[in-house]
Design a protein around this ligand. Structure first.
Ligand SMILES: C[S@@+](CC[C@H](N)C(=O)[O-])C[C@H]1O[C@@H](n2cnc3c(N)ncnc32)[C@H](O)[C@@H]1O
Length: 263
């Protein structure tokens, strides 16, 4: 089977270990849109953001380039999972989403840095309701903020991963400060100035390691027969973590930008 997404081979662990976004973010975003008929969660993965968006919108279309990922989509009566291969044209994608001026909220959680961004924004501007529609993009990055020692090993892992990162990862490393975002601010970040949010999560050492195995670079290397999480790296993490039996609080930092189509 041809690979379409580095996440194709890590779908099971992805669902189990990736952190959930706080509900309050979605309440805040939903309060910014004037209607609540249709939302689009792009790069939905297992749909964890889509099902929370569905608490606020009548219908959610959740799309992804990866069919294996979509098969893990959490079922929800108001969420429709749709496959959007890169071969899908702009016209076809707009039609699939319900046409021009049809979407009240677009969310892209930890995914836009992998997209063909100009094509995506062109579609987003067409399908967003004007006025009143809002687009919100956010990400957390790969650095583990537990203590300075763990952060140092995760910076080292970032370097070890370098040959396998795809170009868009630079936006994530730069915490979305250089991500193009040609939309009018709605008070939640603007181009060049994402808002920084916190997402604390309890993690066992085992979950922490499994989470790192879902990194796109680690998964891509694995698909090429290379294990970047070598015994040495794991040992370094274990020492920095303070022992494999400890459950620790990991503080994910999240960078968010939200906006409307410029008049
Ligand atoms: C890090 S995961 C995030 C998944 C989910 N939004 C979350 O926050 O848990 C990135 C997702 O983007 C998808 N993806 C990558 N490139 C894409 C593209 N060009 N179009 C749509 N989805 C894409 C991947 O298959 C993967 O499911």
């Amino acid at each position: 089977m041809a690979m379409h997404s580095p996440y194709d081979t890590v779908t099971n662990s992805y669902v189990a270990v990736r952190p959930q976004y706080p509900d309050q973010w979605f309440s805040k975003l939903s309060a910014l849109t004037s209607r609540h008929a249709l939302a689009w969660d792009a790069g939905t993965g297992n749909g964890q953001a889509a099902i929370t968006v569905a608490e606020h919108y009548e219908r959610v279309v959740a799309t992804d380039i990866s069919e294996p990922m979509l098969k893990q989509g959490i079922p929800h009566p108001r969420v429709q999972y749709l496959h959007t291969p890169s071969s899908l044209s702009e016209e076809e994608t707009v039609a699939m989403l319900g046409g021009e001026n049809s979407v009240d909220l677009i969310t892209v959680a930890t995914a836009i840095h992998w997209f063909d961004i100009p094509k995506f924004y062109s579609i987003a501007k067409r399908v967003l309701c004007k006025p009143g529609g809002v687009i919100a993009v956010w990400t957390y990055n790969d650095l583990i903020r537990v203590n300075p020692e763990v952060e140092q090993v995760s910076r080292r892992l970032r370097e070890i991963c370098r040959p396998y990162w795809k170009p868009g990862v630079q936006y994530l490393f730069e915490e979305y400060r250089n991500l193009p975002f040609p939309f009018e601010s709605v008070g939640l970040g603007c181009e060049g100035q994402p808002v920084e949010l916190e997402m604390p999560r309890e993690m066992s050492f085992e979950t922490f390691l499994s989470w790192q195995r879902t990194f796109s670079a680690v998964a891509t290397a694995k698909q090429n027969g290379v294990d970047l999480l070598t015994d040495d790296v794991v040992r370094e993490f274990e020492t920095a973590w303070g022992g494999s039996d400890l459950v620790r609080t990991v503080n994910f930092k999240v960078f968010m930008l939200a906006g409307t189509v410029k008049a």
